[in-house]
Design a protein around this ligand. Sequence first.
Ligand SMILES: *[C@@H]1O[C@H](CO)[C@@H](O)[C@H](O)[C@H]1NC(C)=O
Ligand SMILES: *[C@@H]1O[C@H](CO)[C@@H](O)[C@H](O)[C@H]1NC(C)=O
Length: 487
Amino acid sequence: MVRVHGALLAAGLLCLAAGQNLPDSGDFECPQSDGMFADPTNCRKFYSCVDSYPHSSLCPAGLHWHAIDKQCTYKNLAVCGPQEIEVTTTTPDPYAASACDPARCSLTPVDPAEPGCFCSKDGTRIPGDIDPKETPQMVILSLDGAVNGQNYEHYLALFNDTVYKNPNECPMRATFFVSHEYSNYQMVQDLYHKGHEIAVNSITSRQLQGQTYEEWVQEMVGMRSMLAKWANVSEFDIFGMRAPRLKPGDNRQFDVLLEHGFAWDSSIPVPPLRVPIWPYTLDYKISHECRSGGCPTSQYPGVWEIPLNSHYVQGYDGGHCPYLDQCVLFNYEPAEILTWFKEDFNRHYESNRAPYQLSFHTNWFNEANLIEGLNLFLQWLNQKDDVWFVTMTQALYWMTDPIPINQLAQLDQWDCRKRKDIPEPACNLPNTCRISFKPPKDGDPAWVPGTRYFTTCFSCPKQYPWLYDSDGDAGQPDIYESVQFKK
Ligand SMILES: *[C@@H]1O[C@H](CO)[C@@H](O)[C@H](O)[C@H]1NC(C)=O
Ligand SMILES: *[C@@H]1O[C@H](CO)[C@@H](O)[C@H](O)[C@H]1NC(C)=O
């Protein structure tokens, strides 16, 4: 299988700096350019240094920073204050990414065969240095996990074509990060037909940080193959992936991404910042703190990361969160939820207009007041003529060729009337298959063998499709050849 994603390319630029961190970093000096370090005077306080910039954090009340284990722990267990720095001698990575070099990073490289590059010193710069007032405020909805009867009706109601529309009259569309277990592939096929973007979130939804290259291949490339087989989604339309539970898998995950022809990832959470981060390519080192762990450290030229900025409102409880259903909002009235959303959104809209992500799990749709609060917010957004609902890949089309608001009519990828090769509609009467499930290895404690239900417009497989057997034929284990050699 040969896949080429040459489509995401394009225009020129320069770098500038803005944006600071919460809370105040004072005058702490990083003892090394990267790593986590204790504060010399306050046992609760520590810094995460990224390119010698100290991002300060505080352990929750009652806990202290353990300077050796590098985590918050009980006071009596913590080793307080700065420690001697050990010089480790690991083999240096010849492809280690270095700090953003604006002079060498261009959306339109001189050699058109090279992929475009986009970075900025602190990650907050607008592509093409477009004036914020001329920059469309992109809103990216994303829905993670299995698509099935538990959530599908909610999705149909939310994406009602007559309700939320872009300034060009095209209906609001989203990116679905689909996971396999419990998914109904007829419903996935219907979403794809209607113009939603389909991306992969793994087969099993288990946490994959620390897993091997081969497990990442089976989970992510295997999921792409399942979407093609069971929901008729063209593999050429699946551009992106998201690590389950936002736990990225270090260079291994990104090796898989690059070598198997994905164009972007959206797995890396960004801690709360006053000015949000724009998506960037992985040619250079990530400019923000990586609290989730598992961020790539090698160079992946032209591969995009669409990070998840934290949602938060200063002074409100509820905390901060990359997924909205992880902020504690369920005990608020819809009107209060609207107020919270507006303030969170305005941090983007009134500063650098970095894309505003609305990322959800199905949980959000289990609470009527949350659904209503979201609808109030979407209605409010829908009155603004500079706010656009776009999918992840549509956002990257704009970023690779940034144009001001008054030229957006030229952007074919944002125009539903110019949509080509519209996928076949899903069937009306799918097959609901009752089939046996066998884990890939006998006696694997993670999965119990048994009977599973599986719904698709295609014929029923022999056994439940799973890791190493995406077509469910119980035959030879799946082999996925890489399409590109790294570096
Ligand atoms: C879409 O919205 C219209 C107008 O509000 C309503 O009449 C219709 O029932 C909705 N359709 C769905 C599928 O929710
Ligand atoms: C699958 O998609 C292809 C290409 O769009 C189409 O020709 C075919 O009819 C579709 N099959 C089903 C069962 O939807």
